[in-house]
Design a protein around this ligand. Sequence first.
Ligand code: FAD
Length: 473
Amino acid sequence: MKDFAVVGSGIGGSSIAALLDAKGYNVALFEKASSLGGCSSSFSHKGYTYNTGATTLAGYEDGYIVKEIFDAIGFVPEVIKTDPSIVVIQNSKITPRYRDFERFFETLNANYPHAKNREFWELVYGLNKEFYKYSGHYYTNANIFAKVKSLISFLPLSLRFQKYLRVDAYSFIDDYFGAIDEEYLQFLEAQILIVAQAPAKEINFLTAALSLGYTFNENHYAVGGFSQIFEDMTKNIKDVYKKSEIVKIAKHEEYFELHTKKKIFRAKKIILNSTVYESAKLFSDIKIKNYYKKYEKLDNHQSSFMLYMTIKSSKEFHHHYQIIEKSLFPHAISQAFFVSFSDVSDTKIAPKGHYSITASLHTDSRFWENSQTYKAQKKELEGILQNTILQKLDINESEVLECFSATSKTFEHYINRMQLGGNAITMKNFLPFLPANDTSIKNLYNVGDTVYAAQGWPGVMLGVKNLQRLLGA
Ligand SMILES: Cc1cc2nc3c(=O)[nH]c(=O)nc-3n(C[C@H](O)[C@H](O)[C@H](O)COP(=O)(O)OP(=O)(O)OC[C@H]3O[C@@H](n4cnc5c(N)ncnc54)[C@H](O)[C@@H]3O)c2cc1C
C-alpha cells in the first residue's frame, strides 16, 4: 500500500510526487503518456525532439517559488538563462523584453511613444517585484470554516493591492493612458494573454501587471527539452509508471484502489493532476463525481494550436518570439502567436546546426470538433503559421526539414485534456470560487493549473506549495 498515488506527471504531479518522496513518503506516480511533463513535456517525431507546449521556465531564482520547491526536492535543473525573455515582433516594430528595465524601456518607448509610458511600466515593474514578497496565504476547500479562515490569510495581500484588484485591466489601461493607439493596445493585450490566459477585459489589473512584468524576472531555457527536467526531478521515485493511464478509482474506507487497464494499485491518499473538468469520470462514487462536476462549468475551452518545425540553419535566433499580426488567425482566438527556438548549443534536443521550433497559437477547443472540416482547417493554419515564421524570421523554405502541427484533439489523445489554458483568474472567477488543492473528500487532493493557484511553472508551483502545507508534509 502506497502513502500517496499521484495521477499525472505534469508540473504539479511530478513536483508534489518528488517533494513527498524527498520527505520520506512512499509514492507512486502514474502517467498516461510515454514521456513525463504533460503540457510542459517534450517528445520525439521522425528522429527530432520538440517541446510539446511550454518552452519558458520562470520563477527559478532565489526568493521565487519554482526555486523554493526545486530546492526542497534537492533538485538542480540543467537550464540556460534567457535575456531577452521574448522578442516581440509587431509589423515593423521589434521590441526585446530585456530583464533590465532601462534597456527594455528604451526600445519600448521608441516603438510605442507615450507621455505616460515611464510611469506605467515603473508601476508594472514595482507591482511585480512587490507581489512575490507576500507569503503566508493559503487556500483550502476542506470545509466552509477552514475555507473562510484560509481566505482571511489573503487579507494583507488584498488590502495592499485592492486598488488594482477592483478594476479590469482594459479599463485601467484605458484610464491610465487616456488615449492609446490600437497597435500599442494590441501589443499589451498579446503579452497579457500568454501569461494570464484571458483577455485584459476579463482580468483585474494586478493579474495583468504580473503578466506584463514577468520578463523582469529571470527566465530560463530547459536544456534537452522539458521532459528532461521531469525525468531528473523524479529520478529518486521508485515507482514511476509511464504509459499507465488510471481509468478508474474506487474509494474504500481507509484507502483508494486505482485501476489501470492491466493492474490494480492501492494508496492511502490520492493526488489528481488531471484537470478538474476531467476528474469526475474516474469515479463511480456519487459524492466525488458531484464534487468535480460542479467545476466543469469553469472550463472556458481555451486551447492551443501547435506548429512544430526542425530547420537546418547557420543563422542565430533568440530563444522566444511573439509575432503579432493585424487580425485574428483563422480557427483561432488571437492575432498573436509564440515561437520558441532551441538553444544553438543544445545538441540534446537538435543536432548541431539544427533548431527545434515549437510555436503555439490560442484557439478554442470547440473549433476542432467537426471531423468533416478538421483536416482542412489544420492544414490551412499550419501553412499560415509556417509562412509567417519563415517570412518574419527570415528563414528559407529550403532550411525546413520537418513541419507538422497539433490541435486540441492531439492533446486530448495524448494527455487527456483539450482545455489548455488552466483555470484563469478573472473578474468573475476568483477565490473563493476556484477549486483548491484539497477537497471535501477525505484523502483526495488536486494539483495543477485548473486548481489553485494559476497556470505555468510559477502558478502551478504555488499550488504545490499550498498542497504541501495542507498535507502537513
Ligand atoms: C501551448 C502551451 C504553451 C505553454 N507555454 C508555457 C511556458 O512557456 N511557460 C510556462 O510556465 N507555462 C506554459 N504553459 C502552461 C503550462 O504548460 C501548464 O500550465 C502546465 O504545464 C500545466 O501543468 P499541470 O500540473 O496542470 O499538468 P498537465 O500539464 O495538465 O499534465 C497532467 C498530466 O496528467 C496526465 N494524466 C491525466 N489524466 C491521467 C490519468 N487518468 N492517468 C494517468 N495520467 C493522467 C496527463 O497525461 C498529463 O501528462 C503553456 C501551455 C501550453 C498548452
